[in-house]
Design a protein around this ligand. Structure first.
Ligand code: B12
Length: 211
């Protein structure tokens, strides 16, 4: 792995907030592509944090510290990921489902959608079905996008789709879902319109849902 990427990866694994900011700035100044920094440095580092948690070497505080470092780094990368000059592509209401506080992946998907010309309404995390419904009703939304990182909260994607149906807005919007435990098969099973495994494919999916 490239030395600069290795340093960024290591800072995420160690939760080194100042270090990651320095290394990301240096990598950008050296001309490194923002997408490479994101995928091969930051996201790869976060995957390792997940692995260490699974192995029992890391606990929640370590995950939190790494998440903070990831967020600072994403703030620096943001202007570089969204600098494309593009026209209006549609309006998306995005949130992490009820009971789930993981928002890094959701933020990344939102960021990439913005970069591709979508107007993004960020509902935050721990979003109840009624809040998704309200957003879909009141904002002329084209797509409702839901994220879930826990097997125990994925089911709230299904409840949200049911709530959209009950409120009579399901036909008005497309529903796309994602997050580590989510699959294409699950999307089909709960009646979502699409699933994507990462942020760049989320953009392609959003475009295809509206074309
Ligand atoms: C950071 C982290 C945390 C942080 C979150 C901080 C934050 N602000 O987000 C904190 C410390 C709070 C946390 C808490 C918990 N966590 Co946690 N966490 C993680 C970790 C290490 C990284 C997640 C992450 O940010 N990944 C990086 C991003 C970029 O990836 P991503 O989220 O997958 O998103 C990408 C795709 O999935 C996709 N995507 C995401 N959303 C969407 C939406 C749409 C519409 C689309 C199309 C695509 C899409 O695109 C994104 C970009 O490419 C994961 C490990 C892992 N491998 O995922 C565990 C993990 C998710 N956590 C786990 C657990 C168990 C917990 C806790 C229950 C721990 C505890 N005992 O308290 C709590 C639950 C709290 C809650 N109620 O939500 C487990 C879940 C196990 C399971 N099967 O359910 C994991 C998998 C760790 C593990 N290996 O065991 N966690």
């Amino acid at each position: 792995m490239d030395e600069k990427l290795k340093a960024i990866y290591q800072c995420i694994v160690e939760g080194d907030n100042n270090g990651v900011q320095e290394h990301v700035r240096a990598a950008l100044e050296s001309g490194m592509d923002a997408g490479t920094i994101l995928n091969e440095g930051l996201i790869a580092g976060m995957a390792e944090v997940g692995r260490l948690f699974e192995e029992g070497e890391y606990f929640v505080p370590e995950m939190l510290i790494s998440a903070r470092a990831m967020k600072s780094a994403m703030a620096i990368l943001k202007p570089h990921l969204t600098s494309e000059q593009v026209g209006f592509a549609g309006r998306v209401a995005i949130g992490t489902v009820k009971g789930d506080l993981h928002d890094i992946g959701k933020n990344l998907v939102g960021l990439m959608l913005e970069g591709a010309g979508f107007q993004v309404i960020d509902l935050g995390s721990d979003v109840a079905p009624e809040k998704f419904v309200e957003a879909a009703k009141n904002n002329d939304v084209d797509i409702v996008a839901m994220s879930a990182l826990l097997t125990t909260t994925m089911v709230n994607m299904k409840s949200t789709i049911a709530a959209l149906e009950e409120a009579g807005v399901r036909e008005k919007v497309k529903v796309m879902i994602g997050g580590a435990p989510v699959t294409e098969a699950y999307a089909r099973q709960i009646g979502a319109d699409g699933y994507a495994p990462d942020a760049s494919r989320a953009v392609a999916l959003a475009k295809s849902l509206l074309s």
